[in-house]
Design a protein around this ligand. Structure first.
Ligand code: ATP
Length: 456
């Protein structure tokens, strides 16, 4: 397919995903009734469940499964010297150009080179301004007086909260190098261009883990973390051919990085960064030593060595992961289940551990005690699973609604259920149905979740 055909197809897919996200309550535009707020989105009932599950899966991977990693939740507002020390005040900039005619703003590194050198707006051919540096940090004031003494930034990354607490964590939890600190939280960047739905926003969430190692072992740990992060996405049953590695060239490397690789995902608009894995060297701790005047060296109790640890960072966007999971799960499929070849369904093929609803309970009819029996089953299942209950409309339409929400299992209660205590268990991906005794449902669902393999 040509580039423009690909771009067209990508846009159409993204529009479908955005519209499904709104229709089904995954993501809404922020402040929609006021015309919307650029760069900000709200997560609806299904969206917050999906986001929470992605966060939980990452948290489990980092902390529960790694005894040498502990968690932290640092504040968003930090001392403004932190951002001088980190280099963000000086270096966290994007090159900005404006069109004098149509007033559009562009990142100079994201428009065609010919347009930039001819100073021609890529949208309206109007004249572009000179390129100037634009700092991405949001500034605000703390305290009642708006002066420079109260200047404070909204954090543009969660990592600095970890660096400034690393000694506290060592002392309070007796951590020994190598060890890591994991954190999930909001970050803010005054992005010049926010497009592609929730891909690049001004308010977003990150899942970052900083791993503190002895200098000289950093490259080994760096490679280890690259392997672990790839294996993590592999285990989530995502489309692996939509993942690839990309190394940063010397000209695009962040000011702190010794080596940097991105895991990129093939979004509908093309390959884009999903997560960065960085060897941050001892840059951050040496800068914080210099700016705070505190000794941040690690003291090895056994060998009595003192040194500034190197840091290997894995930095993933949580909200960007939500978009990735939505894109990865989205599928349209022609089905002939009612003898009608023209019937299509939209199905979100979420991994059961990420799906907002794990099991929906549906009575075939509301009457004859089927609804009551279905509600009893739901009451039992909700102790262990995220459940939904739906009794309105034809059963086929209810299945389609659950397919769109990405619910991997549906339990249907029918007349046979009343006679022999069995129910229909329907699988979202294959649409296959089996009879299961209701007393065995919990165990069966647990096993299905554990053994889940995505077919398409
Ligand atoms: P990009 O090149 O896309 O601007 P970056 O290299 O500046 O990203 P990092 O600073 O490495 O990103 O941030 C780590 C992760 O945080 C990214 O991989 C991405 O998933 C997420 N992220 C960064 N900026 C944004 C944003 N504006 N909106 C949503 N997620 C973001």
């Amino acid at each position: 397919m040509s580039d423009s055909a690909n771009e067209y197809k990508g846009k159409a897919t993204m529009e479908k995903i955005t519209s499904l996200a709104k229709r089904r309550g995954f993501v809404f535009q922020s402040s929609e009734i006021y015309g919307g707020q650029n760069g900000a989105w709200d997560y609806g009932p299904l969206g917050i469940e999906l986001k929470n599950r992605i966060a939980q899966s990452w948290w489990k991977e980092m902390t529960q499964l790694n005894e040498d990693i502990v968690g932290l939740d640092a504040s968003i507002l930090m001392h403004s010297r932190v951002w001088e020390a980190s280099g963000h005040v000086e270096n966290f900039t994007d090159p900005l150009v404006d069109c004098k005619k149509c007033k559009s703003r562009f990142r100079a590194d994201q428009i065609p080179e010919e347009a930039l050198s001819a100073k021609k707006c890529p949208d309206c051919e109007g004249e572009l301004t000179d390129t100037r540096k634009f700092n991405l940090m949001f500034k605000t004031n703390i305290g009642p007086v708006e002066d420079s003494a109260g200047l404070i930034y909204l954090r543009p990354e969660t990592a600095q909260g970890i660096f400034v607490n690393y000694k506290n964590v060592i002392q309070s939890n007796r951590m020994k190098i190598p060890f890591g600190i994991a954190q999930i939280g909001k970050a803010f960047r005054n992005e010049i261009v926010t497009k592609n739905f929730i891909f690049r926003t001004c308010e977003f969430e990150q899942m970052e883990m900083q791993f503190f190692v002895k200098p000289g072992t950093d490259e080994e740990w760096y490679n280890e973390w690259k392997k672990r992060r790839w294996a993590y996405y592999e285990r989530l049953g995502l489309k692996l051919d939509h993942f690839r590695w990309r190394q940063h060239g010397p000209d695009e490397m962040s000011h702190y990085a010794k080596d940097a690789w991105d895991i990129e995902y093939l979004f509908p608009m093309g390959w884009r960064e999903l997560e960065g894995i960085h060897n941050r060297s001892d840059y951050d701790l040496s800068r914080h030593t210099e700016y705070s005047g505190k000794d941040l060296q690690y003291i090895d109790q056994e060998s009595n060595e003192r040194y500034l640890p190197f840091i290997v960072e894995t930095s993933a966007g949580l909200t960007r992961n939500v978009l990735m999971v939505l894109c990865d799960a989205y599928d349209e499929e022609q089905v002939a289940d009612k003898g009608n070849d023209d019937d299509w369904r939209t199905v979100m093929r979420f991994h059961p551990t990420l799906a907002p609803v794990t099991v929906a309970v549906l009575p075939l009819m509301k009457k004859d005690g089927l609804a009551e029996m279905a509600q009893d089953i739901r009451r039992e299942l909700k102790e262990d699973f995220a459940t939904d209950y739906d009794q309105s409309g034809a059963i086929g339409r209810r299945y389609r609604r659950q397919d769109e929400a990405g619910t991997p299992f549906c339990v249907t209660v029918d007349y046979e259920s009343k006679d022999d205590g069995t129910v229909t268990l329907r699988f979202r991906d294959s649409m296959e149905q089996v009879r299961v005794n209701k007393a065995e449902l919990t165990e069966r669902l647990r096993r299905e979740i554990k053994e889940y393999k995505r077919a398409k």
